[in-house]
Write a protein that binds this ligand. Structure first.
Ligand code: UD1
Length: 373
């Protein structure tokens, strides 16, 4: 029996880990051990995703919590080294690009344990993003590389990774989406509003395809007062034409309070700020929206699968396939209004679904793992 540690740390990891855990359940040859680093810890950022995605409770939780990058990474490394010493795994599989991804790869690699990176090779070429540093570090020392698109293979080849170590097997996030969409369709779309007495209900207060969904949490957009205040003005202006629903990430919420922007937001009655949502309600909300306005990574992929126009407010993306093939567009802050107007006039981008984004990636990965570990 091969022992495989799977690492999950932050919200975007959970929908990638879920299909793998399902595919490895009762597997005759591979025994999975799930380690949660505790990088995200709130019920709304973590526990709810385990419940809804049917992920078994982690075998080990390092409970590192929030801290500066250095402190958080160090805490994960310290805890994970102990786990590897106790568990003596044959291999460690990490996903995505968060601090937990890089920290656990560093530990396992130095202990001579085979490391496998799912979502390898994505590059924004923007080292101001902490995730780009995590991607570069992880891919520099991993042993097996699982990619979601052909551009990622090309990036790895350019970095002198041998072709036989690279496996383009598709997108685990789409596995979760395909599996959960029917269940998501049964969730209500009724939400309490943050800082307001009222609530909203999609289908009642406004109809399907007559609202946009926003998510913003990148430090580049929300950690600077001027940038965030500028965004609030634009969101407000857009909300006068089309209602905007925003499940607010804790980083963004804290900054809104710190920069005293709540009043500016409350001036716009159709700018609806709500608590972070669980997976099912979130994909239900997105699947019925007219468009999304975001700085997230994963949402670029989910909207590509759903064929919903996605406006990504970032200078770069590590997921260019969502632009070449999918419904995503990369825009700057000045372009938000004209691009939303284009969508409102019926000219939103639709696109196609990239190769292997078909709901069967976990199966392909398990087949590959049987040969590689
Ligand atoms: C992290 C990831 C980012 C990912 C994002 C998704 C890194 C470097 N960043 O950024 O790639 O897109 O998660 O959410 O790994 N907080 C809570 N509850 C929680 C977790 C965090 O309130 O469960 C608060 C923290 O106290 C902090 C803020 O949210 O003030 C930001 O959290 P942090 O983990 O530092 O980074 P994220 O922005 O979430």
């Amino acid at each position: 029996m091969t022992k495989l540690i799977l690492v999950a740390g932050a919200r975007p990891n959970f929908m990638k880990i879920a299909p793998l855990m399902h595919a490895l359940k009762d597997h005759p040859n591979i025994r999975p051990v799930l380690v949660h680093t505790g990088q995200h810890y709130d019920v709304k950022m973590s526990g709810q995703f385990f419940d809804e995605l049917n992920i078994p409770a982690p075998d080990i939780n390092l409970e590192v919590g929030s801290a500066s990058h250095a402190v958080q990474t160090a805490r994960i490394m310290e805890g994970f080294e102990k786990v590897c010493l106790d568990e003596k795994p044959d291999a460690v599989l990490v996903v995505g690009d968060v601090n937990s991804t890089a920290a656990c790869t560093l530990v396992a690699s130095k202990m001579g344990i085979k490391t496998i990176h799912y979502e390898a090779g994505l590059r924004s070429h923007d080292r101001n993003m902490p995730e780009e540093i995590n991607r570069l570090v992880t891919d520099a020392i991993s042993d097996v590389f699982i990619t979601t698109s052909a551009d990622a293979d090309e990036n790895l080849l350019k970095e002198n990774i041998p072709a036989e170590k690279i496996h383009m097997l598709g997108n685990l996030m789409i596995d979760s989406l395909v599996e959960q969409l029917p269940k998501a369709g049964n969730t209500d779309l009724k939400f309490d509003l943050l800082n307001r007495q009222a609530g909203i209900e999609i289908g009642n207060d406004f109809r399907e395809k007559e609202y946009g969904v926003m998510t913003f949490h990148r430090p580049g957009n929300v950690d600077d007062r001027e940038n965030l205040a500028g965004l609030v003005k634009i969101w407000g202006k857009i909300s006068e034409r089309v209602p905007l629903v925003f499940p607010v990430h804790p980083r963004t919420y804290k900054n809104i309070q710190r920069f005293d922007l709540q009043k500016a937001i409350d001036a716009f009655p159709h700018l609806y700020f709500i608590e972070p949502l669980g997976y099912l309600q979130f994909i239900h909300l997105v699947s019925r929206s007219l468009f999304t306005l975001t700085d997230s990574g994963g949402i670029q992929e989910e909207t590509t699968y759903l064929g919903i126009p996605c406006l990504t407010v970032r200078p770069t993306t590590e997921r260019p396939v969502t632009i070449w093939e999918g419904s995503n567009s990369l825009i700057n802050v000045q372009e938000i209004e004209p691009e939303v107007n284009r969508i409102l006039s019926g000219k939103g981008k639709k696109g196609n679904v990239p190769k292997y984004w078909d709901g069967k990636t976990a199966e392909r990965i398990v087949q590959m793992l049987m040969k590689e570990i």
